[in-house]
Design a protein around this ligand. Structure first.
Ligand code: FMN
Length: 317
């Protein structure tokens, strides 16, 4: 969760028994700073768990637009428990996977994809340590033509078996908001669950309070969130390949486009609404792209990350 899951959230999740992830930082310099901070926050934990061989947090990398060279020295230095790769071709992922394994052999490589076809390709070409199967309910970017974890996970589990690749564990992501979701994806064949949107409700998440209020107030995720490319088209040339779109809270940006406004006019309207927001109350969802999953209606309150993590096993049982 780029910008939202900083080292503060990742460390809080790890210290309460999950495996915290630092979202994509956009620059190697940013990642270095986050990992230095994580290292400092985890000093006592590392002192009492000396044989870990890794820094017990993961780091997210958006492969599109990045090349491994500038990031590898950081993985070599900090040895994050997981380098989580998303959004890119299997060939691009292969270059990253091989590079990471060369410089940080104790770090695990997870690859997040959103279709059966891309899962098998990534598994065959990269042999990742885990596949994160991202269903269409997920917040943020994802496969535009994706299916929900309900069908995606079991089909991938079966396909991996058919291809002799069942040694690669599957983790499920997308719409998992509590222990019921965890139990459901385990029943579907996943070995673990990834929660993004739920942690927007963690006190340690980096989030503007106005934006978080919008998210906490939203319910009925199928109505209040929507997948679209407009959330990237709005800023100018869209760097994301057609394969991908993203899920955000529904607001004026999406509604104007859906109602037939051309993208230039949607931009002009956004500019006007942003100006207006300086002098009068304007809903944040009309002037920002608020990346959020379809599970948003199950996110009810702000609480410490530890409380979220601690509830999960009991609820899942
Ligand atoms: C606010 C937000 C930002 C996200 N940013 C990223 C990102 O930078 N890179 C990435 O691979 N996935 C990103 N995701 C998607 C997550 O990796 C994950 O698939 C998703 O959060 C799981 O679904 P859920 O949000 O329903 O729990 C983001 C999700 C959210 C909610």
């Amino acid at each position: 969760m780029s910008g939202v899951a900083t080292s503060k959230l990742a460390v809080a999740v790890t210290l309460s028994g999950g495996l915290g992830q630092i979202g994509f930082t956009g620059s190697p310099l940013g990642l270095r700073a986050e990992l230095e901070s994580a290292q400092a926050q985890l000093k006592d934990f590392m002192a009492t768990n000396q044989n870990l061989g890794v820094l017990p947090v993961g780091v997210g990398i958006i492969v599109i637009g990045s090349t491994p060279e500038r990031w590898l020295p950081i993985f070599a230095k900090f040895k994050p428990a997981v380098v989580w790769l998303s959004f890119g071709s299997a060939q691009q992922m292969q270059a990253w996977t091989e590079g990471i394994r060369e410089v940080a052999s104790s770090s695990k490589v997870w690859i997040q994809v959103g279709s059966v076809n891309s899962a098998i390709k990534a598994a065959q070409i990269c042999q990742p340590d885990a596949l994160v199967m991202q269903g269409s309910d997920a917040g943020g970017h994802g496969h535009a033509k994706g299916a929900s974890v309900m069908t995606l996970v079991p089909e991938v589990v079966d396909a991996l078996k058919d291809h002799g690749l069942s040694h690669i564990p599957v983790l499920a992501a997308g719409g998992i908001m509590d222990g019921r979701g965890v139990a459901a994806v385990i029943a579907l064949g996943a070995e673990g669950a990834v929660l993004g949107t739920r942690f927007i409700g963690a006190e340690e998440a980096a989030m503007d309070s106005d934006v978080r209020e919008e998210i906490l107030a939203a319910s009925d995720g199928g109505e209040s969130t929507v997948r679209s490319r407009v959330f990237d088209d709005i800023w100018g040339t869209n760097p994301w390949p057609q394969l991908y779109d993203g899920r955000c809270l529904r607001g004026a940006i999406y509604n104007n486009r859906e109602n037939g406004m051309d993208i230039e006019s949607v931009r002009t309207q956004l500019y006007r609404d942003t100006e207006r927001s300086q002098v009068e109350e304007v809903s944040m969802r009309d002037v920002a792209c608020i990346w959020t999953g379809a599970g948003v209606g199950l996110l009810k309150k702000l609480e410490p990350a530890a409380d979220i993590v601690n509830q999960l096993p009991e609820e899942a049982d």
